[in-house]
Design a protein around this ligand. Structure first.
Ligand code: SF4
Ligand code: SF4
Length: 287
C-alpha cells in the first residue's frame, strides 16, 4: 500500500481541488484529508459518516480558586501569556494555554490541574469515490501534527482493511509541524504551486522540506497561463533540482463552476490536464 501526499508551500494554490481530482481518478484508494484547518474535501466528496471519535489534544491547565494564593509564579513561567488574574486569583485562558504543564509543576500550592481537552474529532466516512478519513478541529483549536498523524494512521488501517492499493492525502499548507507530520514516510509528494513570486518562494521551501525527509517530489503548476514567464521559470527551477513538472493546469472558469456545483472534477481544459497529471503520478508510483 502506497501513500501519495498532495501538498503546497502555502494555501490558496488549488491543492485541494487537485487532491479531489486525484481522489476521483485513482482506483482502490482511501482518501485522507489532513488539511484539517480548512478541511474542504467533504464539500465535493459528500462523505456519509460511519464513525466519529473524539480527538484528545494536550491537557490544559485549570486553577482551583480555593487553593490559589495569588503568588503569581504561574504568570511568570507561562511562555504563552495564558495566565491572567481575577483579583488575587490566577485564571488561565484555555484558548492560549498550550498545555506545556510548566505552571502545573511550579505552583507551590498545587492549585493547578491539567484537565482533559477534546481538541476535535476524527471521522471515517464513505464517499462515492471511496472510503475517507477526515477531521474536525474544535473552536479555537490549532491544527497539530498529532491530529494529522492520527488521520494518516486511521487511513492506513482502513486501506489495509479494505485491501486498497494507496492512500491519497490532502496535506496541510505551509511547512510547519502539521506538514512535517503529513510528509514523513509517504511514497511521493505532488507539490501544487502557482506562477507568482510567493508561489515560487513557497515551492522552494516545500521542496527543501521534502528533500530533507527524502520524499520523492513532482510538481504541478496550477493556473499556469496566468503568468507564462513565471511558469517557465518554475519549470527551469524544477529541472535544476531534477524534479519533474507533471502538469501545467490552465486557468479555467469550468473549475470554480464545477466546485460551486459540489462536483470534484469538471469537463473543461483544466480537468483534462488534471487527468494527465493523475495518469503520470499513477505511472510513477505504479498504482
Ligand atoms: S502559582 Fe499557583 S498559587 Fe501561585 S498564582 Fe498561580 S495558581 Fe495561584
Ligand atoms: S500549561 Fe503551559 S501554556 Fe498552559 S497556562 Fe500553564 S504554563 Fe501556560
Amino acid at each position: 500500500m502506497k501513500e501519495l501526499l498532495v501538498v503546497s508551500g502555502k494555501g490558496g494554490t488549488g491543492k485541494t481541488t487537485i487532491a479531489a481530482a486525484l481522489a476521483v481518478l485513482t482506483q482502490d484508494k482511501v482518501i485522507a484529508d489532513c488539511d484539517v484547518d480548512a478541511a474542504d474535501l467533504w464539500l465535493v466528496l459528500h462523505p456519509a459518516s460511519i464513525r466519529k471519535d473524539a480527538f484528545r489534544g494536550l491537557d490544559k491547565a485549570i486553577v482551583d480558586r480555593n487553593k490559589c494564593i495569588g503568588c503569581g509564579l504561574c504568570f511568570e513561567v507561562c511562555r504563552f501569556d495564558a495566565v491572567g488574574f481575577e483579583g488575587q486569583i490566577a485564571v488561565i485562558n484555555r484558548d492560549s494555554c498550550e498545555g506545556c504543564g510548566v505552571c502545573f509543576r511550579c505552583c507551590p500550592q498545587k492549585a493547578i490541574e491539567m484537565k482533559e481537552n477534546i481538541a476535535g474529532h476524527v471521522m471515517e466516512s464513505q464517499t462515492k469515490y471511496g472510503y475517507m478519513v477526515h477531521a474536525q478541529l474544535g473552536v479555537g483549536e490549532e491544527n497539530s501534527g498529532r491530529l494529522v498523524a492520527e488521520v494518516r494512521k486511521r487511513a492506513r488501517e482502513a486501506a489495509e482493511r479494505l485491501d486498497a492499493r494507496c492512500v491519497i492525502i490532502d496535506g496541510p499548507p505551509g511547512i510547519g509541524c502539521p506538514v512535517i507530520s503529513a510528509v514523513t514516510g509517504v511514497d511521493m509528494a505532488l507539490v501544487v504551486t502557482e506562477p507568482t513570486v510567493a508561489g515560487r518562494h513557497d515551492l522552494e521551501r516545500i521542496l527543501d522540506l521534502l528533500s530533507h525527509f527524502k520524499v520523492p517530489a513532482v510538481v504541478c503548476v496550477n493556473k499556469s497561463d496566468l503568468d507564462e514567464g513565471r511558469s517557465l521559470e518554475i519549470a527551469q527551477y524544477c529541472a535544476s533540482r531534477c524534479v519533474e513538472v507533471v502538469g501545467e493546469i490552465p486557468f479555467d472558469e469550468d473549475v470554480p463552476r464545477t466546485l460551486a456545483q459540489g462536483q470534484a472534477l469538471g469537463t473543461g481544459q483544466a480537468a483534462r490536464e488534471m487527468r494527465r497529471v493523475a495518469d503520470r503520478v499513477h505511472s510513477l508510483m505504479a498504482i
